[in-house]
Design a binder for this molecule. Structure first.
Ligand code: HMG
Ligand code: MG
Length: 332
């Protein structure tokens, strides 16, 4: 069972307000103490495309590395790999997509072109002794192309394995997948590849992130990407909100009888370190009465635990019309 905390990268890449480097370092140091196995620290991408993470090298240089935690970096090309190696990343992640349109918008390359770029990246990472993860973005739905056939995502995953990645993260970039779609894709993929080489990466736009985690878990997946507080989104995927919240993923896996080994109290402390810098409206908040709602640290406090009526008063409508909690915002 491994939680990959992607908040410092997937979360902070999407924040409009500048987050001081110092605050990122404190945030990552706090996350290191939560028990998560891996932290995606930052990305060595073009600072013109993602200015929010232009301090990746300094962040890597100044975090307090804890034994047993893997500190990884997102890299789109050889230049990114050079940056990650210089910064002493433990692992690198390359990223492509099952949707041509999204891939062009995200990394200015077709899917085929992205693989041409990745070959020397994987070879260079292997020479440097670094494991490589490969993301398959828009594995279910794309903001531009709509529904993506599972076969398209699987073909991309298989190509990633062919070029030498050790792990693939199947990603619901815009947070629109349903549990049935998750199961269908995994039922086609897992006969070809062992579940211990597959991670899932859910965004929570429609409040189904936790259900999707359980769906993937039921198929044998044990590597879950998540972002503390549900931070994040992709700047190049319009409408997408944050990742499924780490707190909620831990709670929902524990409710399945798993020992996750991540301390939710310390997670909440880590998240609060960012409070002064986040614009509340940009945060992804759980759907009322969802597992994420039950896992919320406010759930047992008056005014929220008082039940659906007061929860309703504190909610706003999500993109699918469902009620999304704003209690955390109101109580902060
Ligand atoms: P491009 O403009 O086509 O690049 O961008 P280029 O090769 O033509 O180079 C243009 C300039 O960028 C040059 O500088 C390069 O040196 C520089 P100039 O000569 O003009 O001064 N450059 C770089 N600088 C720093 N680091 C680099 C780098 N590469 C080139 N690595 C590129 C192509 C891939 C660089 C760009 O599109 C890019 O950086 N994209 C990153 C987009 C991104 O980070 N998206 C969010 C992450 S993906 C995501 O969130 C999805 C995920 O969470 C899973 C899911 O949910 O689906 C992973
Ligand atoms: Mg993502």
């Amino acid at each position: 069972m491994k939680i990959v905390e992607v908040g410092p990268r997937d979360g902070l890449q999407n924040e409009t307000a500048p987050i001081p480097t110092e605050a990122k370092i404190a945030f990552i140091d706090a996350l290191s103490k939560t028990g998560v196995g891996e932290i995606e620290v930052s990305a060595f991408v073009s600072p013109r495309w993602v200015p929010q993470l232009s301090d990746a090298r300094e962040v890597f240089g100044r975090i307090d590395r804890r034994e047993g935690v893997v500190y990884s970096a997102l890299v789109p090309n050889e230049k990114g790999l050079e940056g990650a190696i210089a910064a002493r990343a433990d692992k690198v992640s390359i990223f492509t997509a099952a949707s041509e349109t999204f891939n062009r918008k995200n990394i200015n390359a077709s899917i085929a072109e992205s693989f041409r770029r990745f070959k020397p990246v994987v070879a260079g990472a292997q020479r440097a002794g670094l494991p490589v993860r490969g993301y398959v973005s828009t594995a279910f739905w794309c903001a531009f192309e709509g529904r993506i056939p599972p076969q398209a995502a699987i073909a991309v995953a298989e190509r990633l394995f062919e070029i030498g990645v050790s792990e693939v993260s199947i990603s619901d970039t815009i947070g629109k997948a349903s549990p049935d779609e998750v199961k269908r894709l995994l039922d086609l993929l897992l006969p070809k590849v062992s579940p211990d080489r597959v991670a899932v990466h859910f965004h929570d736009t429609y409040g189904r992130g936790c259900e999707n985690v359980v769906a993937a878990w039921s198929r044998g997946i044990r590597i879950f990407d998540a972002s503390v507080g549900g931070l994040g989104g992709c700047p190049f995927a319009p409408g997408a909100t944050g990742n499924v919240a780490t707190e909620a993923v831990v709670a929902v896996l524990e409710s399945q009888g798993e020992t996750v080994g991540v301390d939710r109290r310390i997670l909440a402390q880590a998240r609060h370190l960012l409070d002064p810098f986040l614009i509340p409206e940009r945060r992804s908040l759980p759907r009322c009465d969802s597992p994420a709602c039950a896992a919320c640290e406010f759930a047992d406090q008056k005014g929220c635990s008082a039940g659906p009526r007061s929860r309703g008063q504190l909610s706003s409508r999500g993109p699918d019309g469902s009620r999304r909690c704003s209690a955390a915002r109101a109580m902060r």
